[in-house]
Design a protein around this ligand. Structure first.
Ligand code: NAG
Ligand code: NAG
Length: 336
């Protein structure tokens, strides 16, 4: 456990006078711990309970506002309920923005004449593997990259094979990635190109931590890429064309807010979502929904926080408004 956390719960343990737990929530707290198999040291439990209660109140407040028509999405308590916003961001949001994005080619540019379907969902076409769970490891960048590579492989071979994030975590340090402590989507593709392949999840399974040795071997190569393409930064039009013509595209978003962490359903649009992207996801389609009698466009994003988060592991994010959450700022995909 990081020393900050230890310090935080020690303080709460040593000053029990400041703790005011809501006894009416006793049963709900026990049920939540059981559901997510949470076990704490006695000294830590009070602190975790306080955090969980605070999160629960904010969720209820938001959902009450949503029921009054003030929001287009709902929140829900989930397995992250005992984390503070700061802990969450430290543990889980490991995307590093690509400093060279603007200068590098090739770039997918928006073309004025391209016809696009009104809606699109690569999941229905067999391009997308089941939702994964990164656990307590900041390797979202690796999950986003494998998602795009899985789509590319499906396009080429017609078979869907889950690919190995652990391969990227253990073996791509030399191109600038930092395992469970963050990385670049583009450098994950660069590793696969340079390495001449990536293993399947089956042959190189996920262990939720950095291993001291890279276990890649060309005999377990499951997929390949020969280069990567960046999507014109900040253009949702280019992003729509890319996802419509290529397949799933890796993107990064600003996932720092409480509202993102506890997103449950609906179309996410939040004034707390900025342009400072810190979390990698996989764009798998887009569409339009009716909200309160008005059409609202959305992106479909696959996350790596298990099916317990969001809409079975996915988020619908408002589209075509203001490059919401920076979704079009750092998009890229691999090619063969
Ligand atoms: C692969 O993509 C190309 C266009 O990029 C498309 O014409 C082809 O049908 C796709 N193959 C599969 C198996 O989806
Ligand atoms: C991947 O690329 C390497 C190096 O160019 C090549 O030797 C290999 O055949 C390719 N493998 C697959 C699975 O396409």
């Amino acid at each position: 456990m990081p020393s900050v956390l230890v310090a935080a719960w020690l303080v709460s343990f040593l000053s029990p006078g400041s703790v005011a737990l809501d006894l009416a929530l006793e049963g709900a707290w026990k049920g939540w711990k059981e559901q997510h198999t949470k076990v704490y040291l006695e000294e830590e439990e009070v602190f975790r309970r306080e955090v969980w209660e605070k999160n629960l109140r904010r969720i209820e407040q938001h959902n009450w506002e949503a029921s009054q028509g003030k929001h287009s999405y709902w929140l829900g308590m989930n397995h992250f309920g005992d984390l503070t916003d700061e802990e969450f961001n430290q543990l889980l949001n490991g995307f590093r923005p690509d400093p060279d994005l603007i200068n590098q080619r090739p770039v997918f540019q928006e073309s004025p004449l391209l016809y696009l379907p009104e809606s699109l969902d690569w999941r229905a076409k067999g391009y997308v593997t089941p939702v994964k769970n990164q656990g307590h490891c900041g390797a979202c960048w690796a999950f986003s990259a494998t998602g795009a590579l899985e789509g590319l492989l499906f396009n080429q071979t017609g078979t869907l094979v889950p690919l190995s994030e652990q391969n990227l975590i253990d073996c791509s340090w030399k191109v600038g990635n930092h395992g469970c402590h963050g990385g670049y989507i583009t450098q994950a593709f660069e590793y696969v190109r340079e390495n001449g392949g990536i293993a399947s999840e089956h042959d190189y399974p996920y262990v939720e931590q950095e291993e001291s040795r890279c276990r890649y071997d060309p005999r377990i190569r499951a997929a390949n890429c020969s280069s990567l393409v960046r999507v014109q930064a900040g253009s949702e039009g280019a992003l729509a064309q890319a996802v419509a013509t290529v397949g799933p595209v890796s993107v990064a978003v600003d996932a720092r807010s409480f509202f993102f962490h506890f997103y449950h359903s609906g179309i996410f649009a939040s004034s707390w979502c900025g342009q400072q992207v810190n979390h990698a996801m996989l764009l798998v389609g887009y569409g339009t929904a009716q909200e309160g009698g008005k059409p609202i466009d959305y992106w479909i994003l696959k996350n790596s926080w298990s099916e317990k988060w969001g809409e079975e592991g996915y988020m619908r994010l408002v589209r075509g408004l203001d490059n919401h959450c920076g979704v079009a700022s750092q998009a890229s995909y691999p090619v063969m």
